[in-house]
Design a protein around this ligand. Sequence first.
Ligand SMILES: Nc1ncnc2c1ncn2[C@@H]1O[C@H](COP(=O)(O)OP(=O)(O)OP(=O)(O)O)[C@@H](O)[C@H]1O
Ligand SMILES: [Mg+2]
Length: 329
Amino acid sequence: MVAEELELHSLDDVGPATRQKLTEAGILTILDLVVRGPSEISDVVGVDINRAAELCNKARTKLVEMERLDRDFVPASEIYTKRMAIDRISTGSTNLDELLGGGVETQAVTEFYGEFGSGKTQICHTMCVTVQLGKEAGGLESSAIYLDTENTFRPERIYSIAESRGLDPHKALQRITVAKAYNSAHQEIITGELGNVVEKEKTKLIIIDSAVAHYRAEFLGRATLSERQQRLNKFMHLILRTAETYNTAVVVTNQIQSAPDVLFGDPSKPTGGNVVAHTSTYRISLRKAGKNRIARMVDSPCHAEREMVFMLGQRGIDNPSEETATKRE
Ligand SMILES: Nc1ncnc2c1ncn2[C@@H]1O[C@H](COP(=O)(O)OP(=O)(O)OP(=O)(O)O)[C@@H](O)[C@H]1O
Ligand SMILES: [Mg+2]
């Protein structure tokens, strides 16, 4: 159940008819109003954009009063204090965590991109387990939501990662909510509903594996490129607002196609190009190096661009075995 003060009727402006339209679109709380934003609210309710913006702003003001959101103007010192309070989730490898400055951050979108088999899905599985661990072990004693778009979520993998990390595998599985998205429109609907699950389960980690696969499959060729970029842009902003509003970490994956069969753009660049890149807070490229994997922090506002080595094993993501463990600067 959502807290009473977050319910839509706590805003005077939301009458029964408006509330019904919002509810039918999965917008159940004033947090959802802020996350979805004016243009979507205008479509859903059938009011002009100014009216929708007014509604979203009132929701925002109320959340600021409730100290659920920042005020518009804040001293940098306050932002610093807040950033110091950001939670971090271990990837399972201390090398990879170090590259990320201590793990994957809440209130941010972290993108892992690389070719097939580079370990993106393994990172996603491992983090669904590590987020459940105690703080001393790199977790947040929390749960995870896994949005699976490629049908690659494997509960048996969770089972063995949890077991090898000292958790009860059955309990670990119970703390992961899985949603399968069958196409990009479905993926967007599910994403719009994430807030309610996060609020209910107090989830600290949202995984989207992969963020772009459906868009890539559905929008082929140059003719549909701008529509694809527009939809992806909207999707990426929705997840970023979700991460910020709910103080949750969002991890997205993005496959690079190494084969030169892409119809547009540079084949070595991740799909979604600028759209995904500009919206992700942190971007890590992954590549294979024999049995190991090399992660590289790309374009971070606050990390040096360097590389670290990790490996994929029984425990999911791990540091490489002694003889191959080399840090790369
Ligand atoms: N139980 C396991 N023990 C050790 N390594 C494993 C195990 N399961 C999977 N792997 C490794 O993980 C690799 C697959 O990685 P993963 O599925 O994460 O790739 P990906 O980057 O998600 O690829 P794609 O782009 O195709 O989705 C396998 O090639 C294998 O090396
Ligand atoms: Mg994968």
